[in-house]
Design a protein around this ligand. Structure first.
Ligand code: NDP
Ligand code: 2IT
Length: 447
């Protein structure tokens, strides 16, 4: 009966959101893990909690006009989905990438509900962004775009209502421009309206590193529980942005050797270990392409086919670029090369079939909602610091982050065990995240 109910709701969701394949995928993945929960607690069925959760509380889409350096007026589309506020203000990043559409924003916003719940902090779920492409834009163009984006977004957000942050294409520079514009519109300094801010105006130490470090802390915990560690392991990390760079840095610090990373144009393979400062210099400081790495490290190889990065033999794979970057074929290659563990630094980087391939071949699998939750967790710590008008040391934030990642691991493992899916962290993370939000919603009436 539980299975039939969940299937019926899934059919309604696909019917109500036609063509939104990424959103359907995220919903399918969560719904499938909830069957034992619904079988054990029919109240969730009677409360029709799943249909309520899969329908955003609100979603806005808006015009973002801006003037480019040639004086031409350009138009982009902005989005913000306010998915669930049962546990706290909507919280989640903003993505600026040409592929952004309603389906992408909704899959990210939906997953954010469960991820944020898992952190144990009082934050609801939301997400936003635009199909604006920051690549090749001047600083002035980025600023004018961010200001125009905020001209509309400002009316929908606030420190107690909805608190955006960064995601793909949005880092501290963009957050700074958006914060400046928000402040100007509001006429007051509301520090807690955005997270990932610069340290001079309310940002938290450790937020820049949080997602990548948290990813590796989670992996270390998972490996430890399985009698091993990162020490001496060969690691492949996709992407070379915020999450990827700090995941590589922490993995190396814990004794692993990172041999490959990528960007949207290709990947580099350096058998002697990626020189991370060079990657940072090229990508963070010069907004360059990873292909430039080989000029400085002639022993490294560059390959234009980015998805082939998963053909490189490794013990641990950390997909940290984007959704569906590991399909079933790549997963099978990783398994054939005897990968031991996969940790999702990006959101939904593995297709459903890829996840199944890992799990059915005994690969330790850390799901995105748990693995990459360190970013939003430190965002919530930034909100706490802003509310109290204090700022904590890097060590204090980093210590809290380590504790949070450990607790997320333990809660996910426990939930999986309780509901008959021992060792299945993907199901456990979904279940643990779901229970708290579902109970909060029920306690608050029909909302
Ligand atoms: P960045 O913009 O800093 O970096 C993204 C990286 O991934 C870049 O190297 C980029 O290549 C590559 N990339 C992006 N899109 C594609 C694509 N369609 N195909 C191939 N490569 C691509 O973003 P983040 O590091 O912040 O985000 C990476 C992932 O982590 C995303 O899935 C995001 O949702 C997730 N995440 C981010 C958090 C955060 O705090 N920032 C928190 C939790 C999850 P190029 O340089 O060529 O653009
Ligand atoms: O996907 C994510 O969790 C993020 N992009 C971070 C969100 C946040 O509010 O820090």
């Amino acid at each position: 009966m539980a299975e039939q109910h969940i299937e019926d709701v899934y059919q309604k969701v696909t019917h109500r959101n036609p063509g939104e394949t990424e959103f359907h995928q995220a919903v399918r993945e969560i719904f499938d893990s909830l069957v034992p929960v619904f079988a054990a607690h029919p109240i969730y069925m009677h409360e029709n909690i799943l249909e309520r959760m899969a329908e955003p509380e609100r979603m806005v889409s808006f015009r973002v006009p801006w003037v480019d350096d040639q004086g031409h007026v350009q138009v982009n589309r902005g989005f913000r989905v306010q998915f669930n506020s049962a546990a706290g203000p909507y919280k989640g990043g903003l993505r600026f990438h040409p592929t952004v559409n309603a389906s992408i924003i909704k899959f990210l916003g939906f997953e954010q509900i469960f991820k944020n719940s898992l952190t144990g902090q009082p934050i609801g779920g939301g997400k936003g962004g635009s199909d604006f492409d920051p690549k090749g834009k001047s600083n002035g163009e980025i600023m004018r775009f961010c200001q125009s984006f905020m001209n509309e977004l400002a009316r929908h957000i606030g420190p107690n209502a909805d608190v955006p942050a960064g995601d793909i294409g949005v880092g501290s520079r963009e957050i700074g421009y958006m914060f400046g514009q928000y402040k100007k519109i509001r006429g007051g300094f509301e520090a807690g309206v955005l997270t990932g801010k610069g340290l001079e105006f309310g940002g938290s130490l450790g937020r820049t590193e949080a997602t990548g470090y948290g990813t590796v802390y989670f992996m270390e915990e998972m490996l430890k529980e399985n009698g091993t560690s990162l020490q001496g392991q060969t690691v492949v990390v996709s992407g070379s942005g915020n999450v990827s760079i700090y995941a590589m840095q922490k993995a190396e610090e814990l004794g692993a050797q990172v041999v490959a990373c990528s960007d949207s144009s290709g990947y580099i393979y350096d058998r002697t270990g990626i020189h991370i400062p060079t990657v940072r210099e090229i990508k963070e400081e010069q907004s360059g392409r990873l292909s430039e790495y080989v000029a400085r490290h002639p022993d490294a190889e560059y390959n234009k086919n980015g998805s082939d990065i998963w053909c490189i033999p490794c013990d641990i794979a950390l997909p940290c670029a984007t959704q569906n970057e590991i399909d079933e074929t790549s997963a099978k290659v990783l398994v054939a090369n005897e990968v031991k563990a996969v940790g999702e630094g990006a959101n939904m980087p593995s297709s459903l079939k890829a996840i199944h391939t890992f799990q059915s071949n005994g690969v330790l699998f850390g799901p995105a909602k748990a693995v990459n939750a360190g970013g939003v967790a430190v965002s919530a710590l930034e909100m706490a610091q802003n509310s109290s008008r204090l700022s904590w040391s890097f060590e204090e934030v980093d210590h809290k982050l380590q504790q949070i990642m450990k607790t997320i691991y333990e809660n996910s493992i426990r939930a999986a065990e309780t509901y008959g899916r021992p060792g299945d962290l993907a199901a456990g993370a979904n279940i643990a995240g779901f229970l708290k939000v579902a109970d909060a919603m029920i306690d608050q009436g029909v909302i």
